[in-house]
Design a protein around this ligand. Structure first.
Ligand code: HEC
Ligand code: HEC
Length: 237
């Protein structure tokens, strides 16, 4: 995803990579006392304080997501299965163990969600989005998103991400990236399959509806395993 702020953010990411490695480029007065929290300030300019982000803009929230999911994404950015110049640069030299530690730290952050974005879509588009998310479209072999992302859409431990509390542009861009093979997950890559069955109206409707839903209390991923999934996903044990 290229946009106007890319160069500035890339610069920022390089400057912050130092603090991530423990070099302490941030002023001590601004820093929390927990050493991990201090190092993870490298992430807050984009992902928000403690990774909580906001409902607007593009940056995804990372706080409170399943650790297995976060870890997989950090490895994907490092190894080139997801491309974003800032993210690729930041994690380039980090070990599996450190990425696992980072993923665990963010997954334990339990922070309130901001209210959802205001709807900028027609009632018909929102209704179509809700139908796709909750029921899918069997005639086109599109499974319900809720069948995997959880009935409450807040994800499922240990590796299924939720779909609420994310900006509309981010959701649409991720599905688009799977369609164009710029984002990949472990094989069989169920999301690539699903994105391939979605047209641009489906993507717009689903992301519009999802981004305007309030996050149910706490927004924590479900601890109960999914009874079954409509497709196999390599990234989910
Ligand atoms: C310069 C801005 C920037 C900084 C700094 C940054 N990120 Fe990101 N991060 C992004 C963007 C943009 C994306 C979404 C990329 C995409 O479109 O795939 C992202 C995506 C992610 C994701 C995937 C989220 C998901 O839901 O799939 C994780 C995990 C992540 N970042 C962790 C981190 C961590 C940990 C740090 C600090 C070490 C960090 N980021 C610092 C911009 C940033
Ligand atoms: C068969 C199970 C399954 C179904 C059905 C499914 N997903 Fe997913 N989805 C996944 C998995 C697994 C991942 C995590 C993949 C990875 O590790 O990168 C994911 C990831 C995502 C992400 C990325 C989240 C982030 O934080 O970056 C989005 C967006 C998404 N799915 C949207 C949808 C939508 C919209 C639907 C319904 C049209 C849907 N999914 C249906 C399994 C599914």
């Amino acid at each position: 995803m290229q946009h106007a702020g890319t160069t500035r953010r890339l610069w920022l990411a390089c400057a912050l990579a130092g603090s991530l490695m423990g070099a302490g480029t941030l002023a001590a007065a601004e820093s929390p006392t927990d050493p991990m929290a201090r190092r993870m300030q490298a992430c807050t300019p984009c992902h928000g304080q403690e990774g909580r982000a906001t409902a607007e803009g593009y940056f995804p929230r990372i706080a409170g997501k399943p650790a297995g999911y976060l870890y997989a994404q950090l490895v994907h950015f490092r190894d080139g299965r997801r491309s974003n110049a800032s993210m690729n640069g930041l994690v380039q030299h980090l070990s599996d163990d450190y990425l696992r530690e980072i993923a665990g730290w963010f997954s334990r952050q339990d922070l309130p969600y901001p209210p959802p974005a205001a709807a900028r879509a027609s009632a018909a588009q929102l209704a179509r989005g809700e139908r796709l998310v909750r029921e899918g479209d069997p005639a086109r072999r599109l499974p319900a998103c809720a069948a995997c992302h959880g009935a409450a859409l807040t994800g499922v431990q240990p590796a299924m991400p939720g779909l609420l509390g994310l900006p509309r542009d981010y959701i649409a861009a991720q599905i688009g990236a799977w369609k164009s093979r710029q984002r990949r997950a472990a094989a069989p890559d169920c999301m690539a399959e699903i994105a391939g069955r979605m047209n641009s109206d489906d993507i717009a409707a689903a992301s519009a509806w999802l981004s305007t839903q309030p996050v149910p209390a706490g927004g924590r991923p479900s601890e109960s395993p999914l009874p079954s999934m409509p497709l196999k996903c390599g990234s989910v044990p």
